[in-house]
Design a protein around this ligand. Sequence first.
Ligand code: G4P
Length: 526
Amino acid sequence: MELQKEIEKRLTFAIISHPDAGKTTITEKLLLFGKAIHAAGAVKSSRTDRKTTSDFMEMEKQRGISVSTSVMGFNWKDRKVNLLDTPGHADFSEDTYRTLTAVDSTLMVIDSVKGVEERTRKLCEICRMRRTPIITYINKLDRDGKDPIELMDELETELNVKITPMSWPVGQGKAFKGVYSLYEKRLILFNSHGTQDEDDTIEITDLSDPKLDQYAGLEAEQLREEIELINEVYPSFDREQYLSGHITPVFFGSAINNFGVRELLDCLVDIAPSPRIHEAEERTVEAAEEKFSGFIFKIHANLDPKHRDRIAFLRICSGRFEKNKQYLHVRSGKPFKTANPTAFMAQDRNIIDHAYPGDIIGLHDTGTFKIGDTLTEGEKMKFKGIPSFAPQIFRTVLNMDPMKSKQFNKGLQQLAEEGVVQLFTKKYTNEKLLGVVGMLQLDVIKYRLEHEYKASCRFDNSTFTTACWINSDDKKELDKFISIHSGKIAEDVRGAMVFLAGNKWLLERTLEEFPEIKYYFTSDYE
Ligand code: G4P
């Protein structure tokens, strides 16, 4: 009973958006409502896209800060909300994909001036793939943006989702008067003071009510027409459709003016799902199962360079987690026990005694965990996650100080386990290759090797531009392939076999000659 009650309270979500759409602003407003912070400016902007490498390195120095904003917990109404932060920069998109495995729903923020942008498209696709429910907030209505009807079309066609408007704007830009909440049947008037007072909200259940003309003025008639139109075109809100990821409810507002955010939060706690199920390779795990299970989706290493401490972020999937209890670390088969699990409440980290499905806890780690690891009460199972994708940029990484080769190897291994880059070790030569999505990842590796491991490195161009994971039931054939192509065979950080190639065409042609060998462009083929 207690477990069920705790599960129903939990709401674990992340915000997805293109940089600049307003994610930081909205996060801050949500935290202010939840009293998790007390002043504006407490949330650091995630707009790393505009930053130069040196700015980025400065941020790296402040990793202690970013760990505390990785998970922000607060209470709203009767729910315990866990908001997970995702990196803004596209070069770290793999990190974002992994975080999306740990949430039960997402909030998608769209800039009304720019409409659907590239990162939104990609992140929305990942959510659709995982059937994660999405609520949409169209931001910056105080600006002259795209026509709302046009925006609705754009959402449907570009993101391939069905939509249900939950509110509708009255005017836009300078003429922005507020929104009509179709969900609550109220007109909410806009002022730019950054507050929403009681008198700004007028209950109007019937749109022919003359009160609408009194408050919305000349825009009233247009609002009536538009709402008539959207009522014809779009289905009314159906929670089941939202929960199954088929429709996204859409809100309008202006985050910087704190407008429409409270309605959004009220609706979020009303409709967003509690933790339900998580897929393991062996079976589906229900949140309400009595026995504890969870998985590591993120590792944050070396918060304090003086001590080698790492924090592994554990998402609890089922049962009750208790400190000092012995669990099974499935990959190694070894027991795991922790005396100091940490919970995250915005900027604080505090030790907790227990936690429930949907919660994220930090486990101090001395090198036990890898991303994707499962912890259970004894059952041997592995949660499915977002796989690694074959990278397109490869660099050979060379140790520049022979006296520090131990540090160099250890640093590379740990940073790869943390998910900063993909590391491939050539089978016969032990040569090390890094695979990345964006060049900033290489800067981070170099910097962190130097500052945290006292090792220096150099990157050389590589002739490889693509890779795939390989395996075969026919061991003889696999051995033959490996010996013929020995210079192109490597192991990833988990020890899985990888074939590297100069381009995709070459890769496919080479493998065509060995039909017994199976190949995959993502790492979760087992
Ligand atoms: P991000 O985390 O998604 O990257 O976006 P962030 O919240 O940092 O917002 C990006 C810019 O958009 C900021 O302006 C922010 O003030 C502005 N913004 C956010 N919400 C609204 C809104 O409702 N209306 C308008 N007009 N602007 C909004 P900036 O000038 O780039 O930065 P700053 O100097 O204001 O911090």
